[in-house]
Write a protein that binds this ligand. Structure first.
Ligand code: ZN
Length: 296
């Protein structure tokens, strides 16, 4: 039989180290393969000299109370999406009863960075991804809530396939920050011929994006993306409904007031209402006093 003992310079196989989870302060305790993904169960490794067993309010020792589970996307391993299921211990103070969790903030931040770096490698480092873009979409997202505040990322997508009905939107880039400057800088970094090809820029109401688009792509028309248009229209409708409600009844909407009872139906597109639901606005608008709401 051939000798399978690893030679000098090889350590025992170790899934935690192989998946670089030791860098995140995690240790793999189980694995499961699902048809579309691998799931690794992890626990948080308490660093040497950790003081997390001790209550920060009164200084007494805490005892393990229970555990909570967090699911986290890890970088894909072997081209397979990988999900981490992390068990986090909760302690209860023996003195004052205060309950706290194991500190995992470092692990989350590092993990998030690793996932973003991998996403950038897979999605964004493709030189042809910008070819043929005519409809550009820009929006901002919070990608991380930290104790020091929120961190924003400006997401730039290609909406051309949506307009043409040929496929889903494509992620083009992610830029840190939410400012006009972030988007403007990104646009100015593109070749002029590419910018000339962009005909429409869809965005939310943030005027900074609009100014950036106007300054960098002279020919493009700025439009508000449908989601934000619908939300603004909905807000206007609510405002009108509340004003009329107050004028007629002298108080804010109660559950028995017809205007209040219809508040959700009014937001639903007529083609999505059932026949029974359609009766509600019809009855509502039959009353002369509701004419302003009907017009809005
Ligand atoms: Zn305590």
């Amino acid at each position: 039989m051939p000798d399978a003992t690893p030679g000098a310079g090889f350590a025992c196989p170790d899934l935690t180290v192989f998946c670089r989870l030791d860098e995140l302060g995690l240790e793999v305790t189980g694995q499961r393969f699902e048809p579309d993904r691998a799931v690794l169960v992890c626990r948080v490794v308490e660093p040497d000299g950790s003081d997390e067993r001790w209550c920060r309010r009164c200084g007494c020792e805490g005892s393990p109370r229970d555990t909570v589970i967090r699911r986290l996307a890890h970088e894909p391993l072997g081209w397979r999406p990988t999900t981490l299921v992390v068990t986090i211990r909760r302690y209860r103070c023996s003195g004052c009863g205060h309950v706290w969790r194991q500190d995992t903030s470092l692990a989350w931040n590092t993990a998030n960075d690793a996932v973003l770096a991998e996403g950038k490698r897979v999605l964004i480092d493709d030189p042809h991804r910008l070819d043929g873009v005519q409809v550009l979409g820009v929006d901002e997202h919070v990608w991380r809530h930290t104790r020091r505040g929120d961190k924003y990322v400006t997401v730039i997508i290609d909406l051309t396939p949506i307009r043409d009905g040929t496929g889903p939107a494509r992620l083009l880039d992610m830029v840190e920050g939410r400012s006009k400057q972030a988007f403007k800088q990104w646009l100015s970094g593109r070749p002029e011929a590419w910018r000339d090809g962009v005909k429409v820029v869809a965005m939310d109401g943030f005027t900074g994006f609009k100014t950036a688009a106007a300054e960098e792509i002279l020919a493009a028309v700025a439009v508000m993306d449908p989601f934000h248009v619908v939300r603004l229209a909905g807000d206007a409708l609510d405002k009108c409904r509340r004003r009329v409600q107050l004028a007629i009844h002298g108080h804010r909407g109660h559950k028995d007031d017809p205007l209040y009872a219809a508040r959700r139906t009014l937001h639903t597109g007529a083609d999505l209402l059932t026949n029974k639901q359609k009766d509600r606005p019809t009855a509502l608008f039959a009353a002369e006093e509701h004419v302003e709401v009907e017009a809005t």
